[in-house]
Design a protein around this ligand. Structure first.
Ligand SMILES: [Fe+2]
Ligand SMILES: [Fe+2]
Length: 471
């Protein structure tokens, strides 16, 4: 592994763990045809009218993100796997059991939802067998009448890190191409699509009559195999932006409600996120200020994202303008606090979001409650990597050791959302901000940003996408 690659992997692992076509321009007839087949499918799968939303609720769905499903037949022991886990401490071995528990919870509350969305990072590293086993599980939801819509994450396609683990070595295994991804997930959005976005794996669907959902592909997987590096950062291409503008204009003209979902954050979720070395620009889309404003100008005011593995909802607005946009980022299903969300959108634009957390799985969790087990796993992972990462940011070994506890505490709180640091923690960070050591003060500035939760609330929130009001 070369040095740059090591730094990227190390830093990213720290924050991963620590944070954890046809471009057919469908005419109205085609759109209606897509809608009809979608509605027909819901009928075929037994979705009863009784389970539908009330007139006020209108649209209700569930969401989980970054399930990073891992086919454990690819290896869960040996030196190579241990070395991998040491740099990436998502609950990969437990990922099948966590997904099973989530699916069970969704099935149990099936009458509360009309569909489910999953904004990417469906697999550990895009292994074909992980995709296949993930699909076998989510198909159960569709058999119960809950249509699932997915979009790709940075880990899912053309991934050179798709490997099996055998003793001291790793062996490349098949990943999937973009075309294969759309084929594999045909029943999870691509077949239901009214139209596909040009040059990407984005699409438009109408899961419930009157609601248009834009699956937006923000990933850069085209050059992964040539470079040998799985690209983490994301962007919205010009063709994707133009597609969003056209679809949203059509939605407004047809009086449809609409929202988008994508893997990367569309706006910063803490101040200066995009400037945090190695990390920020890889978690929020390139040129996010210009890109998000253009999306907001088009009229899209609600997007759901993942990628950062943190629970955070942020309202972005722009000075001297009435524009606003809500980006609802959801943490990873396999990283503390192991969340999934329930969302309802009322006719008047009122959006209500609640969060639930996987609390028990069919797996040996060392006699601990699952959430405590998950929290300890994340804590130890962050703690193990913190000093190396702080060194990379220019903090001396001595200062890094001193700052480690507050850095770990701050990141864990950011993952969980609704950050509310103690007075002592705030003062400690402010003390470091006043340091004459540039590395220490810059790092402390980021910790301050991470401690400062931008409105609205992160786990349970109510806001309005017509007025921009937060309740
Ligand atoms: Fe990601
Ligand atoms: Fe992820």
């Amino acid at each position: 592994m070369n040095t740059k690659r090591y730094i990227v992997v190390t830093a990213t692992s720290f924050f991963l763990l620590v944070q954890a076509g046809c471009s057919c321009d469908a005419d109205a007839d085609e759109a209606d045809a897509g809608k009809n087949s979608d509605a027909q499918q819901r009928e075929d799968t037994g979705q009863s009218d009784d389970a539908g939303p009330t007139e006020e609720q209108r649209f209700r769905f569930a969401l989980f993100s970054d399930p990073h499903f891992y086919d454990t037949d690819l290896g869960t022991g040996g030196q190579a796997f241990e070395a991998y886990i040491a740099l990436d401490r998502k609950l990969l071995v437990e990922s099948p059991a966590i997904l099973d528990a989530t699916i069970e919870a969704l099935q149990k509350n099936r009458k509360d939802f009309d569909f489910v969305i999953v904004p990417g990072d469906l697999t550990k590293d895009g292994e074909r067998s992980s995709h296949e086993k993930f699909i076998a599980r989510i198909r159960v939801l569709e058999e119960r009448g809950l249509q699932v819509y997915v979009c790709p994450g940075n880990h899912d396609i053309n991934n050179p890190d798709a490997r099996s683990f055998e003793g001291e070595t790793t062996i490349p295994v098949d990943s999937v191409t973009p075309e294969e991804f759309a084929e594999l997930y045909a029943d999870f959005g691509y077949r239901q699509a009214i139209e596909r976005a040009p040059d990407s794996l984005g699409y438009l669907a109408e899961p419930v009559e009157g609601l248009w959902v834009l699956a937006i592909d923000s990933c850069k997987y085209r050059d992964n195999l040539a470079s040998g590096i799985s690209e983490i950062s994301g962007a919205l291409s010009e063709s994707t932006l133009s597609w969003i503008e056209r679809v949203v204009a059509e939605a407004k003209q047809k009086k449809k409600s609409f929202f988008g979902f994508m893997h990367h954050n569309l706006v910063e979720h803490f101040t200066e996120q995009s400037k945090l070395p190695l990390l920020g620009d890889e978690y929020v889309v390139d040129d996010w200020m210009q890109v998000s404003r253009r999306v907001a100008e088009a009229g899209l005011r609600l997007v759901f994202s993942g990628h950062y593995h943190a629970q955070d909802i942020t309202k972005q607005s722009w000075q001297e303008s009435d524009l606003f946009l809500f980006d609802v980022e959801t943490g990873s299903l396999i990283t503390y606090p192991d969340p999934f969300r329930k969302v309802s959108i009322e006719k008047n634009g009122r959006v209500e979001i609640t969060s639930e957390f996987v609390d028990s799985i069919d797996f040996d969790t060392d006699d601990l409650d699952f959430l405590e087990y998950s929290k300890r796993f994340l804590h130890s992972g962050i703690d193990n990597l913190a000093v190396d990462y702080l060194n990379l940011l220019g903090v001396s070994e001595r200062d890094a050791l001193a700052m480690r506890p507050i850095a770990v505490e701050t990141l864990l709180a950011h993952y969980a959302g609704d950050e509310d640091p103690s007075e002592q923690s705030r003062l400690q960070v402010e003390g470091y901000m006043a340091s004459s050591d540039l590395g220490v003060s810059v790092l402390a500035g980021y910790l301050k940003s991470l401690q400062t939760d931008l409105p609205p609330a992160d786990n349970d929130a109510i806001f309005n996408i017509e007025t921009g009001e937060i309740e």
